[in-house]
Design a protein around this ligand. Structure first.
Ligand SMILES: Cc1cc2nc3c(=O)[nH]c(=O)nc-3n(C[C@H](O)[C@H](O)[C@H](O)COP(=O)(O)O)c2cc1C
Length: 270
């Protein structure tokens, strides 16, 4: 079956579908859109751009594309504040996050852009308190091993290890009730990790809109990505998958009252 179907009665031969196609998969032949190229990446631009609903694509069906009347555009100040107000949350309320809410978050995370529209990110969600504590304890063990091996990260790891050993405070998953573990195929690196990070960034930005706070779980990711067997066993992931990101999620205990600055902007022009 052809990947694209053009409703000839509706088509106005404007060529927008061919113009919008990023892979030259669609070209205009005698003013009719045709699939002449090698690969369609299922981005759905051809269908989405058509002003008369004449284009359909098996990989991005018209029936699954929602009509978009007007995209609300945030004014510049609101957009800047929205982006700058995103902060890492390291103190969470004890309340569990309903799974429907996590699904709502991930349903936006999966919309993030990915290289060549490859997507390929799956999410393994942990919301069991005992498992969360177990993970923290294993990451601490792994950090201790890294310190003993003289890892360049040793001084940094030592701060967390010492605090955990002295106080028992969860310095890895920060007492969050939930951890989203992003996983991608081992054979799909480094693209899988890149895709993961865009996806988790979407989750992080969307989270406050549904009252959630997040924090990247970089220590956890480093431990899992190193292949630390004890942690891999706890996660029980399929053999061909690898951890490419982690995001703690929960209800924030407090809000920040100020926006911080970052390093000065560095730009070169040519
Ligand atoms: C890839 C990545 C990994 C991170 N890992 C951790 C982590 O393991 N633990 C933690 O508390 N914060 C972690 N962070 C949060 C950063 O420390 C934080 O983004 C940075 O200090 C800036 O603060 P802000 O996010 O509140 O603006 C991570 C952030 C990123 C982007």
């Amino acid at each position: 079956m052809d990947l694209i179907q053009v409703n000839q009665e509706k088509c106005i031969h404007c060529g927008l579908c061919a113009d919008a196609c990023p892979t030259e998969f669609i070209t205009m032949v005698n003013q009719v859109p045709q699939a002449t190229g090698l690969s369609c990446i299922a981005c759905g631009h051809c269908v989405a751009v058509c002003p008369v609903e004449a284009m359909d694509n098996v990989k991005a069906p018209l029936a699954q594309q929602f009509p978009l009347k007007k995209v609300p555009v945030l004014d510049a100040d609101t957009a800047a504040t929205f982006l700058r107000a995103r902060r890492s949350i390291r103190r969470y309320k004890q309340d569990a996050v309903p799974r429907e809410k996590i699904l709502q978050l991930l349903d936006i995370a999966r919309m993030a852009p990915t290289g060549g529209n490859t997507q390929g990110v799956a999410y393994h969600v942990i919301d069991n308190a005992d498992t969360m504590l177990k993970i923290t304890s294993l990451v601490i063990d792994w950090m201790e091993e890294q310190i003993d091996k003289g890892s360049p990260w040793a001084p940094y790891f030592a701060v967390s290890v010492n605090k955990y050993r002295k106080t028992g405070q969860d310095v890895i998953l920060r007492g969050a009730p939930c951890l989203i573990v992003a996983i991608t195929a081992k054979s799909f690196q480094p693209r899988g990790r890149d895709n993961t990070h865009f996806s988790l960034a979407y989750a992080e930005l969307y989270a406050p809109a549904i009252d959630l706070g997040t924090c990247w779980a970089g220590f956890f990711e480093a431990c899992a990505a190193s292949g630390y067997q004890q942690l891999i066993n706890v996660l029980g992931l399929p053999e061909k998958m690898v951890v490419t990101g982690g995001l703690m999620v929960g209800y924030p205990q407090f809000t920040y009252k100020r926006l911080v600055d970052r390093n000065p902007l560095q730009v070169t022009w040519q």
